[in-house]
Design a protein around this ligand. Sequence first.
Ligand SMILES: [Zn+2]
Length: 235
Amino acid sequence: MVSLCRAIADVLSPRTCPICGQVLAYEEYVCEPCFRRLERTEQAVMTENITEDLFYRERHFVHGGAWLFFHHSGPVRPLIHSLKFRDNPHLGEWLGMQAAREWQKYDFFDEIDYIVPVPLHPKRLRERGYNQAEYIAHGISRVTGIPVDTEHLFRREYTLQQALKDSMERNRNVQGVFVVEHPEEMFRKRLLLVDDVITTGATLRSCIQAFHAVRGCKITIFALAKTQNEISPSQ
Ligand SMILES: [Zn+2]
């Protein structure tokens, strides 16, 4: 029944690959050649990587990585654009599943208690209609079986569009905006903080700092992509 509904929907409004624009036949979200040419960082198997370098000074931070490289003219850019600005949240869940399938074999998700998506401010959530990080988190959860937690980490004030700001301003802009409620419930938990794209790392760093007060917790971070040269995904 689902496949019949999809077949009818495909005739009425064909699904296309967000990277090359080709009509999709059997693929769900991205055509196979485009999916293959997404540049993997392989950071899951590195003992140190350029994503971890952004966070290693933070208390409770254990390790982390981004699945793909985000280049200005590469295929990841239209993918993230579709996820964030084209009302395509389920692409995030699908990408989370693909990343988890690839990184699970490196034991990247072992011993994680909860997957915690970076929260959007309610105002941005109303504008967009969904939190893309939450969809990515649910994709990882579907593969790993680790539950998603959205009941502890909150964002408390609206921040201006980060794309408009330089990295110093971005740091100031997100410092102290995240808060952990009922921190005692996170005592000694191992958490996977999830976001879509890491540019300067300011947002995730601010999230990690919100967990500083939680005793004994350990934090791993995961993002779909890491930009190079601090280009913004919304530019
Ligand atoms: Zn394609």
